[in-house]
Design a protein around this ligand. Structure first.
Ligand code: IYR
Length: 227
């Protein structure tokens, strides 16, 4: 059987199938659920370094995510430099202080109370790496022509999901931090006009004492409908 052909003049290859027996599928999905169900958003980071190769593998895993027309409309900025982390912490805390002291509604603050967050973000300096994910709404081509990307928010959201799963798979912890507004990240990291900040994700080992809220996840009947 041939394993290459052209569609619309573009090369296609046969998909590298890997299927399992029913019993294997049940075991694999149950094991994966157990693994993913142990992932938690954590705020207590150790400053223990992470090998760069591990971060590189994690980012390449995120970058395997599907994207509109396979444009991969994302940039992952990895910050390990202490001075830049400090700058990011100071700018984030400045915005968060304003948010927690008036920009966020009473209802929102009440919803966050069980999570135990406030405007202070020491983890932005403690975690060995900050991954700042930018979405690229278009690409610059020659003579400054803007080439649009497609389903950018969906694509980058999926890539961030893959990123968090890869971080968890490595035995590391992450926090999906959303300082708002986060335009300060464009100037600190000197990003071009086609890139907008999407999420700020500190990554590291958990601290010796790492506390997480005692949350319960919704049951299947509350998240899924079968027709
Ligand atoms: N962006 C703020 C507030 C915050 C918002 C949500 I939605 C959270 O789940 C947690 C925090 C912050 O990062 O503190």
């Amino acid at each position: 059987m041939q394993n290459r052909k052209l569609i619309n003049g573009h090369p296609f290859i046969t998909y590298a199938k890997k299927t399992y027996s029913v019993d294997e599928m049940k075991k694999r999905t149950a094991d994966f659920l157990m693994h993913m169900n142990k992932r938690r958003t954590c705020r207590d980071f150790s400053d223990k370094p992470i090998p760069k190769e591990v971060i590189e593998n994690i980012i390449l895993s995120a970058s395997t995510a599907p994207s509109g027309a396979h444009k991969q409309p994302w940039t992952f900025c990895v910050v390990g430099d202490a001075a830049i982390k400090k700058q990011i912490r100071e700018a984030a805390e400045e915005e968060e202080k304003i948010s927690y002291n008036g920009r966020m509604s009473e209802e929102w603050l009440k919803d966050l109370s069980p999570i135990g967050t406030d405007w202070q973000k020491p983890f932005l300096e403690i975690a060995p790496y900050l991954i700042i994910v930018f979405k690229r709404s278009y690409e610059f081509e020659e003579n400054n022509h803007k080439h649009q990307n497609y389903y950018v928010t969906e694509s980058v959201g999926i890539a961030c999901g893959f990123l968090l799963a890869a971080i968890h798979h490595a035995g590391l912890i992450a926090l999906t931090h959303t300082p708002s507004p986060m335009n300060f990240l464009c100037s600190i990291l000197n990003r071009p006009a086609n890139e907008k900040p999407f999420l700020l994700i500190p990554v590291g080992f958990p601290a010796d004492e790492c506390w997480v809220p005692d949350l319960k996840r919704k049951e299947l009947k509350d998240v899924a409908l079968f027709f």
